[in-house]
Ligand binder design. Structure first.
Ligand SMILES: C[S@@+](CC[C@H](N)C(=O)[O-])C[C@H]1O[C@@H](n2cnc3c(N)ncnc32)[C@H](O)[C@@H]1O
Length: 158
């Protein structure tokens, strides 16, 4: 996808609404080995990288019982992504695809998700495997991963 202001042939830019409809709290930061977007793996599936989820202390009690889960879903805010492309041409595809048919960080609400293995929880720091974002990316939620309901191994994809 084009980022950093560039629009590729085949990409479609929209005008975003004048005001936001809701707000989010950034509840922490994800620490990773990746200093820039270009350093990042293209997805969690291509990442063995270890990172730390640093949860703000005010949310500490929310971690109670998370240690019983081997994996968690992280939702995070792709703060360096543009938000106004509704069709994109990812370099690996070479043709356009709708934003909602892509895992691109470029979207009206730049929310990313990752299923990560939780290696340890010490205080408000989670050490996790399979991170794919830039160091310092804002965290917006943590949820336990349920293989029984979150996994569809035979799901269709192009
Ligand atoms: C394709 S997205 C996938 C994100 C997430 N795993 C998902 O499926 O929603 C991963 C890419 O986002 C880009 N990226 C990483 N951190 C970012 C950030 N903080 N802001 C904008 N883009 C970011 C990097 O280019 C990285 O390779």
């Amino acid at each position: 996808m084009a980022e950093r202001g560039e629009v590729r042939p085949g990409e479609v830019v929209i005008e975003l609404p004048a005001a936001f409809d809701g707000g989010v709290y950034f509840i922490g930061r994800i620490r990773t080995p990746f200093k820039t977007r270009d350093d990042c793996p293209k997805s969690t599936a291509r990442s063995n990288a270890v990172g730390q989820v640093e949860l703000d202390a005010r949310y500490a009690a929310g971690l109670k019982d998370l240690q019983h889960y081997s994996h968690a879903v992280l939702l995070y805010w792709m703060d360096q992504a543009r938000r106004d492309l509704i069709e994109q041409v990812p370099a690996h595809l070479g043709h356009s695809r709708g934003t909602f048919a892509l895992r691109s960080p470029v979207r009206p609400n730049p929310i990313a998700l990752a299923v990560v293995e939780v290696a340890s929880i010490v205080g408000t720091t989670l050490t996790v495997r399979n991170v794919d974002c830039v160091d310092g990316t804002p965290l917006i939620d943590i949820k336990p991963y349920f293989a029984s309901t979150d996994s569809f191994p035979d799901a269709k994809r192009p």
